[in-house]
Design a protein around this ligand. Structure first.
Ligand code: AMP
Length: 272
C-alpha cells in the first residue's frame, strides 16, 4: 500500500473503520473522495479500544459484504485490511504515548468505557503512521472521539488534517451504526426515540435548566422498557465540561448512551 501510494500524485484522504460498513462510512468515503485525490479506507476491529470482551466478540464482521459495498460505491481507491499482528507486532511493541486529553478524557464515554480512548488514540496514531494521509475523515456521531483524536494530533508530530463529517441516519432518525444490525427489527425501529429525544432537548435548550432537560430526557427514554439509558448530558463542545447554565453564545452538545437489547448505542446533537 505504501509503495502504491508513494507512486501516486495528489492528496491522500483516510477513513479508518471497524467494518460492517454502512451509509455513514460511505458518506465519509464520499467526502474524502471530494476533498482528496486518493481515498484509503481501513477495516480493523481494534481490540485495544474494547473495554468489554463480550462487545469485542459480538462486534459484527462482514468482510465479504464490506468489499462488495466498497466496489459498488466506487469511491474507495485502497482498502487496507491489516490483521492484529500487523498493527501490534509482538516482536516490536508500539511506543507508549501519554496524552493529556483534559476533561474530554474523563467524562461521558471515557467515564463509562475505561481505557477506550487510550485504545482509540493508539490505533489511530498507528494507522496514520502507516497510511500517512494528508486528511483524516471521522464522523461526528462519535463526537468525543473526534475531540480525543484532535488532541492526540496536537500532541504528536503527525501532520494530518482532521475533518469531522455529519452523522448519517436511518430513515427513522436512528444514527447509523454497525451495532444496529444486532438489534431486533422492532427494537431498531423503537430506537428512533433516542434521536427524537435529542431533538426535543435541542428544541427546549434555553427554555428549561440543562439539568432538568437531561433528567426529563432520561426519564422519557426509561419509560420504554427496551431502553436502559447510561448517561444523558449537555456539555460544552470545547472540552465537554458539563453545562449548568444556559448561555446563548456557548456552543453545546447533548450526548447520550443507551443500552437497547444489550446493545450500546450512542448519539448526540449540537445545540445553539
Ligand atoms: P466505526 O466503524 O464505527 O469505528 O466508525 C468508523 C468511522 O465512521 C468513525 O469516524 C465514525 O465516527 C464514523 N461513523 C460511524 N457511524 C457514522 C454515522 N452514522 N454517520 C457518520 N459517520 C459515522
Amino acid at each position: 500500500m505504501q509503495a502504491f501510494l508513494a507512486h501516486q500524485k495528489g492528496k491522500v484522504g483516510f477513513v479508518p473503520t471497524m467494518g460492517a460498513l454502512h451509509e455513514g462510512h460511505l458518506a465519509l468515503i464520499a467526502q474524502a473522495k471530494e476533498q482528496a485525490d486518493w481515498v484509503v479506507c481501513s477495516i480493523f476491529v481494534n481490540p485495544t479500544q474494547f473495554n468489554d470482551a463480550q462487545d469485542l466478540a459480538k462486534y459484527p464482521r462482514t468482510e465479504e459484504a464490506d468489499i462488495k459495498l466498497l466496489l459498488l460505491h466506487g469511491k474507495c481507491d485502497v482498502l487496507y485490511l491489516p490483521d492484529v499482528a500487523e498493527i501490534y507486532p509482538s516482536d516490536n511493541p508500539l511506543p507508549k504515548y501519554d496524552y493529556d486529553f483534559g476533561n474530554a478524557g474523563k467524562v461521558l464515554e471515557a467515564a463509562h468505557r475505561p481505557g477506550h480512548f487510550e485504545g482509540v488514540a493508539q490505533v489511530v496514531r498507528r494507522l496514520l503512521e502507516i497510511v500517512k494521509p494528508d486528511q483524516l475523515f471521522m464522523g461526528q456521531k462519535d463526537f468525543q472521539q473526534v475531540i480525543i483524536v484532535r488532541k492526540m494530533l496536537e500532541q504528536s508530530p503527525i501532520n494530518t488534517e482532521l475533518i469531522a463529517c455529519p452523522t448519517i441516519r436511518e430513515e427513522s432518525g436512528l444514527a447509523r451504526s454497525s451495532r444496529n444490525t444486532r438489534l431486533s427489527a422492532s427494537a431498531r425501529l423503537a430506537s428512533a426515540e433516542i434521536y427524537k429525544t435529542l431533538r426535543w432537548v435541542a428544541a427546549n435548550f434555553g427554555n428549561l435548566p440543562p439539568d432538568e432537560i437531561c433528567a426529563k430526557a432520561v426519564a422519557h427514554l426509561a419509560e420504554n422498557l427496551l431502553f436502559q439509558p447510561e448517561y444523558f448530558e449537555i456539555v460544552s463542545v470545547e472540552d465537554l465540561t458539563k453545562i449548568t447554565d444556559y448561555h446563548a453564545n456557548e456552543k453545546a452538545v447533548a450526548c447520550t448512551a443507551v443500552y437497547v437489547e444489550g446493545v450500546r448505542l450512542i448519539d448526540n446533537i449540537l445545540l445553539n
